[in-house]
Design a protein around this ligand. Sequence first.
Ligand code: HAS
Ligand code: CU
Length: 828
Amino acid sequence: MTIDLSNFNLYQNSDVIVAWVFSLIIGAGLFYYLTKKKKWGLIIDYITTTNHRKIGIMYLLSGVIFFFRGGIDALLIRTQLAAPQLDFWVFQQDKYNGLFTTHGTIMIFFVAMPLLIGLMNVVVPLQIGAKDLAFPIMNSVSFWLFFSGAVLFNVSFFLASPANAGWTAYTPLSTDTFTAGPGNSFYIFGIQLSGIGTMLTAINMLITIIRFRAPGMKWFRMPLFAWSTLITSVLIVIAFSALSVALYLLMFDRLFDTSFFGGDQGNPVYWQHLFWIFGHPEVYVLAIPAFGIFSDVISNFSKKIIFGYSSMVLSIILIGFLGFMVWVHHMFTVGLGPFVNTFFAISTMMIAIPTGIKVFNWLFTIKGGRIQLTVPMLFAIGFIPSFVMGGVTGVMLSIPAADFQFHDSYFVVGHFHYTILGATVLGIFAGIYYWYPKIIGKQLHEGLGKWHFWLFIIGFHLTFLPMHFSGLQGMPRRVYTYLPEDGVFLFNAISTIGAFMMGIAMLFFAWNIYRTHRSEQHVTADPWDGRTLEWTVPSPPPEDIFTPAPVVESLDPLWNAKENKQSITTTSNSRPDPVSTTSFLPVILAVILFLFCFTMIYKWFIASIFFGLAALVTLIFFSWQDKRIEIYQKKNLKKEDLRTLLKDKRLGFFWYLVIDATMFIILFATYFLFTPGGNDPHPSEVFEARSLIIASIFLLTSSLTLYISEKGMATNNYKKFNIGILLTFILGLLFIGSSVHEFYKYWQEGYTISTNVFLSSFYVLVGYHAAHVLFGLGWICQVYFQRKVKKIPDFLYYEKHTIFQYYWHFVDVIWILIIVIVYLPYLL
Ligand code: HAS
Ligand code: CU
């Protein structure tokens, strides 16, 4: 491993040393505390849990911890910028770049996201009357992948090599030509790993909301936070797929000598497209859940049904939809021409309409309500003007001619902090104060909460309002100092004061949590006189709730029941619940993947292969262990219930395929982009028809044999079934063999992944497909032996086989597309 210590300089790395020392002390202190208070049992309980509330708590806790890290970054930034030409001790060399990069990346990916997802985890199932998320074990996997990705990213600082190309990692700066060393690879792998977790969470939320709503909870009776989670999850599925491909390609540029985004043939602007196709929907991923929280909070503390419920729902859908059509507003200055800029300017401005509808609905909900100024409500009321200011500067930025002036200036920094803090962060605080009783069973102190709110909101405006002016004055983003004659000292000084005020506000928050933790006062099920289902179950909810299931007859079922002085009607006739168990496997998988990524970052590939295989073994173990079998048998489920569970799984798998399909589409687009032009060798020189035909026959026939095996199973003809499976396996293997043969031949002719950008895009696409086939081969063995050796019940076997079948046919369809798009144009 190449951790290069030759440049190690005690003064320059004093910040790293301080960080090590602090972390070791805190770690040791924590260890002592946990041991002394005999808390290890509790820790193990949480590590192995698959319960949505506990997982939610872990998300929230890690979000808060990373918030303090990102916050310290922010305070260091503000200290450095407080006055012109400061020379603050940590800013030797290009450390400032590392600082704002980690600040931005951590805040978006490891603070805002987990805090929102944490709230979704705890609240959404309770709001819709479900016992848990649809796939509890996968939920645990999601969390641990998120967490290990976040830790991986954070570790880079301790190794004196933080990412330093901005949270947007613009190329070519972020390629290894300009930023050598492991730093920006930590960005790639950290985000990739946690991003996979986020996508799995999105699938989980989708299936939970689509299929686990309480009887009678029609779509338009669903609380708005659940609605916003639903739409956000769709955004995540598509947007994170784009990010995933972008990171995948950048990884090849950094580790395997390709040049998608740099060099003579690469296209740095392509990164910007991919990043913002992710990045813009991402800002709504951050905003929409907050909108949902505010809707519930405002309605609750105005003691009124939300105004314009259906327009609220439609506007979230519209925002989500439009969110995919505006990404170029981040690239107005790139030079895509007036037509493109105008199109994206108009689509961007259109988002103000649904957002405006929401703002007015919130105002009309408050109007005439019996307003209770509790802490969550304060945050909600503080949100409205703050966010509108951020939205309006957004509309200013959406005018390309104006953006030519604003772009890359502090004006943009002002805009996005107004939106992200104004909506997301205030929303998270509102949500935490509002649902804390439900999550923990105790209520946060209102007085301390008010201190938190007022200091935070005043600090927030003090910090970010002046940035608009320093921006207009010409101060660029991402510079570590300025001159006295630039005329921005006062603005910066005020910003710094505001930032420290927010820091102090956060101490009140931390104190509040600590105080509440010590207090013995427990709350009832319904401390806020609530309206929705989560307030019908005890605080905190035990694991066995909603039996019998509530029947929902209106938007605010609890409120209506209270008004009519009745209790909510229930029914024993409801769908089967998700299966929560405990398992060490998710955390083991996450640790292994962490090590895989870490060794990749340092290009220690032998070890990577080892950990990659270890991850596969863990996966095999996972499905081998399948605890559902015992649980289903123990519960003696009816056939009908089993069918329901099967449908959940299939729908979940469908959404996985959406992710995979999106990724393939982008890889096809990449190939399309890089293939024409002066490639030497040209595709027509490389491809040859014979190997293509042979490979295609193998793979396409295997779909047929798989179909035969399924028919065999359906008719209980196990001989037919076994032969079908065996043939599928052999044909898949032959396909892999022919691919290896093809690649080997190219390699001998000197056509490697780094020869030119056509070959790079060919290999990353076809290689990704081949990896799917390989994975499928492992899967098929696994499915087969499980039945042979473990003799699992037929219905479960059927489930496993069906899903595998979808997978295999999907992989075949992709192959057909590869034939048509990748090979044929150059063979005919
Ligand atoms: Fe944004 C850059 C435009 C909403 C976050 N945004 C960013 C970045 C982030 C971010 C993180 O067009 C920087 C990324 C980076 O590092 O480079 N943004 C908009 C627009 C909206 C918007 C039009 N942004 C958000 C939200 C975010 C977020 C929400 C996170 C939570 N944003 C931009 C543009 C850039 C940009 C450019 C690129 C700048 C550059 O040069 O790099 C809208 O969704 C806002 C709609 C909301 C409102 C308020 C409520 C509406 C009412 C109705 C009446 C208002 C009207 C407008 C009719 C508008 C009350 C009147 C207009 C006037 C000018 C008075
Ligand atoms: Cu945007």
